[in-house]
Write a protein that binds this ligand. Sequence first.
Ligand SMILES: [Zn+2]
Length: 377
Amino acid sequence: MNFLDKFRYSFDNLNEIENIKNEDKEKKNIYNNPFLKSLLSNSVKVTNEIFPKISEAIDQVFLRLKIKNNFNFFVTANHFQTQAMCAMMPQSSNAEIIITSKMIELLNHNELQSVIAHEVSHFYYQHSLYPNPDKARNRIEYLNFLHLSRAAEISADRAGFIGSGNIENSLRSMLKISSGLGDEHINFNFSSYLDQLRELKEIKGDQSQLFSTHPTFLNRMQALIWFSMSHEYHEFFETDKKGIYDLKTVDKKIDESIKKVTGGEIDISNKEIVDKALLWGALWIYLADKKFSKEEQEKFSKRFGDKATVSIKSLLNISKISVIEKKVMEAYTLASTLLKSEKEKIITKIKEIYSEADEHNDKSREILEKIIKLLNG
Ligand SMILES: [Zn+2]
């Protein structure tokens, strides 16, 4: 186990995605991608002979990250975009990293190391296994995928920091990449950038950030600063300080901070879908014996409120069970697109509801099993 695993941002979690399919891996084969193919054939491979400085920066990074260099690095002529990308086949043992010429020109030797380490870690963490948000089946899945994609950047930034040996290298490179400006213009004063972040939160975030695959550079800088204040960081690197937070607290603060900037929609939508699934699931279980008994109504009311109970009762008066089953199907089709942790919440609660039901017979057990099956898609 590499220390990168220890420092991985906890919300960057591949387990949130169920059944990462083999066919998807096939589709992600970069050598089938004409854009990347032509990019690679039009780029110059970094070797110690041609680009000694870049090559030395790369060597430094692998020494610090303590991982093996199975990568090919390329530089491509592009004076407009400050970009680096990691092209990889998921679960293969090597990857290609392409850096634009503008990036190389803009960053100094140490700052460049933070970018190299960032890209290398995308491979190490196997971030390409995350589904492409454009493949999402609905809006909430799309938003959840984007949130995971932003989380991946937080882990990669930590690797960038560690791989360059100093937080200042990472922060400076973020500022340079975001502004496009070089040393001459940048007065390195991060407290003023954090003021900018505070302002962004006060206006309740920026909607466009909700649709971004990367967190804003303000969030990213703040996330790194908090990380550098963790007990775990100081302990591992044997600094003489102790740090202020444990890493778990840091991760929570970062998640909250990103969510503040992106607005509350993700949490609200996730909760609505979970609540609906529980309500219809509970009703289905209670109706296994075709009766909604007084005791069941009370339990239902305690969990979902009087208002919901009243409207369910009037619905039951005028509808057949097939109408209820249709509602269940709708709720669980939607819930099946949630991330794994949300689905697990539903399963735990629905089992609780089942254990409280009037009776436990083959029929109600069958319903419980069906619900869990629906949820897993
Ligand atoms: Zn990245």
